[in-house]
Design a protein around this ligand. Structure first.
Ligand code: ZN
Ligand code: ZN
Length: 392
């Protein structure tokens, strides 16, 4: 056993205590006042850190190392979700309707653990390590964008990294990939305007439900007939609301959906392809429409050399048998905002196990993590900070 593993094991109980406190006291994006106060108080117990609040609910800890080196940013997101927890363990959420159902409680505990280890060893740390506890990942346009645009957080940062726990990977597994890792999550909102009337006399109406149904099915032709199979695109209509009762054809139908891409050129083109289908179908049936399209987070594209270093680190920390080449996911992440300003890479640490009953999907009311993944996260992120801060 190495000295580092030893120290991480010494942190085990503390990591679990941090995570459980956060899990019991979840707060949604931009409202993380108690969470930020708790994080700040814990960081202030650690020597050698300069602690500040870049925004009302985010916390920054900066460690100046004793050796020359680069400036590395480590990021954890801290916000919870508007979900009512169905877990019954004693540290389940105490706030009805709010839950840490994405693992950000774990990310926060991991980064606190890294701060503790680095602060105890500052003389041997190269460069400068900035640790940002970021608010509001789950709410667009997101806390990362606010920090990047409105604060000096990224000034002088040479490289950035961070992780997401992943319940679909076995606990302790680390997954990284160069290049496109997570998609841009864009949003569409569509109102179809027809002409209501009696359900018995559709010929006197323009039925927005019938038109909307055609739009829903034809939008899949954008994916399958207008875009090359190699270019990832997802169009999902996720909301379709219309009508009031069995014998009335309504005036309007309201649809919402999500559009996911990696490729910036395809991302630009998608709204036009979608609108062409909507316009054609509405025209054909005598309906009109309003289409609102909103660009969300950018796609998360890992910098190749940083991803390669993270892979090396993972091979050291968890070994080849627990390393995976990550599969790209169509999920979105506001970590992408940092990558607009500096090279970097994002990686996954598995948190799923049968023992912990932690294979539920993220954002599920039964979501939880195998807490042994916290130690893996600390080992990875600490090693990443030291390696990435080393002067070239
Ligand atoms: Zn989430
Ligand atoms: Zn998340």
């Amino acid at each position: 056993m190495t000295a580092t593993q030893d120290r991480v094991e010494g942190l085990r109980e503390q990591l679990v205590a941090w995570r459980r406190h956060l899990h019991m006291n979840p707060e949604v994006g931009f409202e993380e006042h108690g969470t930020a106060a708790y994080i700040e108080a814990e960081l202030r117990k650690m020597p050698g850190l300069s602690v500040s609040r870049p925004t009302a609910t985010s916390v920054l800890a900066v460690l100046k190392g004793g050796l020359p080196g680069r400036t590395v940013l480590l990021r954890a997101d801290i916000d919870a979700l508007p979900i009512h927890e169905e877990n019954t363990f004693e540290f389940a959420s105490r706030t009805p309707g709010v839950m840490h159902a994405c693992g950000h409680d774990g990310h926060t505990a991991i980064l606190l653990g890294v701060a503790q280890l680095l602060s105890g060893d500052a003389a041997h740390v190269p460069g400068e390590v900035r640790m940002i506890f970021q608010h509001a990942e789950e709410i667009g346009p997101g806390g990362a964008e606010e920090l990047v645009m409105n604060t000096p957080l990224m000034d002088g940062v040479d490289v950035v990294t961070g992780l997401h726990l992943n319940s679909q990977l076995p606990a302790g597994v680390v997954a990284v990939k160069p290049g496109a890792f997570m998609a841009a999550p864009d949003m569409l909102e569509l109102t179809i305007r027809g002409k209501g009337g009696h359900g018995a006399h559709p010929e006197e109406t323009v039925d927005p439900i019938a038109v909307g149904a055609q739009v829903v099915t034809n939008l899949q032709h954008v994916v399958s007939r207008m875009v090359a199979a190699q270019d990832a695109l997802v169009v999902s209509v996720t909301k379709f609301t219309s009508g009031t009762t069995h014998n009335v054809i309504p005036d309007t139908a309201e649809l919402m959906g999500t559009v996911r891409t990696f490729d910036p050129a395809l991302r630009e083109r998608a709204p036009q392809l979608i609108e062409r289908v909507v316009r054609g179908i509405c025209d054909a049936h005598g309906a009109t429409y309003d289409l609102r399209y909103e660009f969300g987070y950018r796609p998360l594209i890992n910098t190749d050399w940083v991803a390669a270093q993270l892979k090396d680190i993972a091979l050291d920390v968890v070994g080849a048998e627990r390393f995976r080449d990550a599969r790209p996911t169509m999920g979105g992440e506001d970590f992408s905002a940092y990558l607009e300003k500096a090279p970097g890479a994002y990686f996954n640490v598995g948190s799923g196990s049968d023992e912990a009953d932690s294979r539920w999907p993220h954002h599920h009311p039964r979501f939880t993590i195998d807490e042994t993944s916290l130690e893996t996260g600390v080992q990875m992120l600490r090693a990443a900070a030291l390696r990435l801060a080393r002067p070239e």
